[in-house]
Design a protein around this ligand. Sequence first.
Ligand code: KPL
Length: 306
Amino acid sequence: MKIAVVGAGAMGSLFGAMLAEAGNKVWLYDVWADHVQAVNKDGLTIEQGGKTRTLRMEATTAPEQIGQAELVLIFVKSTQTAAAADSARTLAGPDGIVLTLQNGMGNANLLAEGMDAERVLAGTTSHGATMLGPGRIRHAGVGATTIGAWAATEPGRRRAGQISDFFTRSGIESKSVADVRSLLWSKLLINIGINAITALTAIKNGQLLDLEITRKLSRMAVEEAIQIAGKMNITVRDDAVDHVYAVAEATAANRSSMGQDVDNQRQTEIETINGYIVREAERLGVPVPVNETLTALVQTMEYHYK
Ligand code: KPL
């Protein structure tokens, strides 16, 4: 299959590499010229479990070089989705499928604007990856990938099933679900409970569990979000808080993606994670002081980057 990955940071490069290793024709597209040049010159180097492998891949800063792709995978930061949507539509052409596995809320909606929504799929992944530098990533954790159709129609569901089967055949263990909105909320709750707290306190995911005060902060942020989900008629799992703790444990050695963003003084996804809860809560007239505080503190950090 011909695949274009839009946003070749750690996760985009990882998925591109795994799909290329399975024999697919993969292009990485990113605006980060140093990374693109390094991949084209020396290949993509992947560190995993103490071993290193290097894969020849094609990368570009110019999406028109790619032509049309059968599958367009979106991995830009959720703050960049609106800008990436145009490229995604062009790359997918009249028949291609667009799949977002990004963090945060609002991505699938933006991608579905202006294209056939039945060709937009959304999902989540628990693979962990870290950018080590231009042309180098670490595959920090292997986990499940789940995909659903953004338009809850028969053709949409069929495509979600086809792509999840294709991923599994390509060595990326995946399944498809009928209720993609609940799936995205489940991931949102994980990011709400882990990302801002680890970003603000410079700790790794697992260290969030070391103290009752950080466990409590995480629980309070997640419980506020669950209240908003209820008002929006979204079904979330009963054990959502325990699930967040379990993910923190499973990814104990990882620095969250928001943690990596603040470490590198990059714009974070706070607006589409805790900030999304703040906006929805405001609309619904429900107080969410913990999410409001976490959002304000991360935004303050971003404002004062050097
Ligand atoms: O999705 C993640 C992120 O960092 O954005 C988790 C699951 C928290 C792993 O670090």
